[in-house]
Design a protein around this ligand. Structure first.
Ligand code: MG
Length: 455
């Protein structure tokens, strides 16, 4: 077992190398031991290893004494929503999200649809290390029931999103967990739907489960050639969404996030929006225009969700297409986000390209500097202190995830990579010249600190 099993998105690893059925059973036992849940929902995405891991996990839950409702293949947000709606004590999703097909993972949700936070994850990990599992008397082992309640999710979306226009939407589930429910929802909203890659296939033969400008080139082309209004694509488990516009253009993640956040702030006459430290400053520029304010968190949707709850925010999201609509549940929801975006376009009477065009585009540069794992966190701390003297005119310092300095003409973020021996630098500036200048000064500082600390 790896020293740290749970990351911010749960357990994630290579199937039958890191994540075996034996481990899945132990996770099941530990989840029950920790939560003492009477009723647990379990679902999976389309991965080849999904059923194998599900059976193992469910076995552990039943052995503890939980009653398990198996939802089969549904997107993560559907599992999270149903956990809350059906009054379950916990929900467990078997998915590796946007990772390649040889990976799988396990993510756990609370009864209120919020992913398990750090404390709960650490508690489960502790139980697993000690293997002090709670096992039921043979008379009290749990029962597993197979249920299909995803219509409740469809009804929720239908109730909230009313469209007047007959949008032509090209839906691309990428052979993942949204394969049937996403096209179904757009049809139920009155859209003309053309679905591609809509067969469930755990090998993800059509495109990578990670939707981005590169992997969605075929979708963008189809949208343009068919003269459709918009293309929507999801990651493997449907908590992320990416859009392509009517001209066959990929909608930049930061700009579409900022534009939608601004739309929410406008409707609510202000309010708090949450995003992570890596998102573009266009989020602040757009949200503040409508009287809203922005709070930034560590990278990871669970941190965004926790801050949304803490600050009673109206909306939150990360620039990978994971958007959270807290009025309904706390899990990022790609399908719901795409339906809500159409509603926003309709309310604003704009095409996607027009909706995004109001958001200014800035220049971003990223650089990685090699640095030994043992000293990388120390280096970041020292660089953080040094940055304040390199940029004495800085406006704000954030230390939630590395060091992030807001400057007159942009911002800089210095973080240690979570997995590799690297220091990651991100700079965004109003012009390429400003961005290069900021990066230049920062690189000199980081290299100097690395050299000093390696001595
Ligand atoms: Mg995902």
């Amino acid at each position: 077992m790896k020293s740290k099993l749970f990351g911010s998105s749960g357990v994630r690893g290579l199937v039958n190398v890191d994540l075996t059925p034996i481990l899945a059973t132990k996770i099941g036992l530990a989840v029950f031991t920790f939560s003492e849940a009477k009723k647990i929902l379990v679902a999976r995405d389309t991965r080849v290893s999904g059923l194998m891991l599900e059976n193992a996990l469910v076995s552990g839950l039943l052995a503890g004494g939980a009653n398990v409702n198996c939802l089969g293949v549904v997107p993560t947000p559907v599992l999270a929503y149903l956990t809350k709606k059906l009054n379950a004590d916990a929900g467990v999703m078997i998915t590796a999200s946007h990772n390649p097909p040889q990976y799988n993972g396990i993510k756990i949700f609370n009864s209120d649809s919020m992913a398990y936070g750090e404390e709960s994850r650490n508690n489960i990990e502790r139980i697993m290390k000690r293997e002090n599992f709670r096992l039921a008397n043979w008379r009290n082992v749990g029962e597993a029931l197979f249920i299909d309640e995803s219509h409740l999710y469809v009804e929720m979306v239908q109730k909230i999103v009313k469209l007047n226009k007959k949008w032509h939407v090209i839906v691309d589930p990428g052979c993942g967990a949204t394969y049937n429910i996403a096209p179904l929802i757009f049809k139920s909203l009155g859209c003309k739907v053309t679905a591609i890659n809509a067969q469930p296939d755990g090998f993800f033969p059509s495109r990578s489960p990670e939707p981005n400008a590169e992997t969605l080139k075929p979708l963008a082309k189809i949208v343009q050639e068919l003269g459709a209004d918009v293309g929507v694509a999801y990651d493997g488990d449907g908590d992320r969404v990416a859009f392509t516009g009517e001209k066959g253009d990929f909608a930049d993640f930061d700009r579409v996030l900022a534009a939608y956040a601004a739309y929410v702030a406008k409707k609510k006459h202000g309010g708090t929006v949450v995003t992570n430290v890596e998102a573009s400053m266009c989020v602040e520029k757009m949200v503040e225009k409508h009287g809203g304010k922005v709070i930034r968190t560590k990278v990871g949707d669970v941190y965004v969700a926790e801050a949304i709850k803490q600050f009673n925010a109206v909306f939150g999201g990360e620039p990978c297409g994971a958007w959270i609509h807290p009025q309904f549940h706390y899990c990022p929801d790609g399908i719901f986000s795409s339906a809500l975006l159409l509603k926003a376009l309709e309310d604003e009477n704009k095409r996607l390209s027009e909706f995004i065009s109001e958001t200014l585009q800035y220049q971003t540069i990223r650089e990685n500097i090699v640095c030994k794992n043992e000293i990388k966190y120390g280096v970041v701390k020292k660089v953080g202190e040094g940055l304040k003297s390199v940029f004495p005119e800085y406006r704000q310092l954030l230390t939630v995830d590395g060091f992030r300095l807001t400057l007159e003409e942009g911002w800089i973020l210095v973080r240690a990579s979570g997995t590799e021996p690297l220091i990651r630098l991100t700079v965004e500036g109003e012009s390429l010249k400003a961005t290069k200048e900021i990066m230049g000064k920062a690189v000199v500082l980081v290299k100097k600190v690395v050299e000093e600390m390696e001595k």
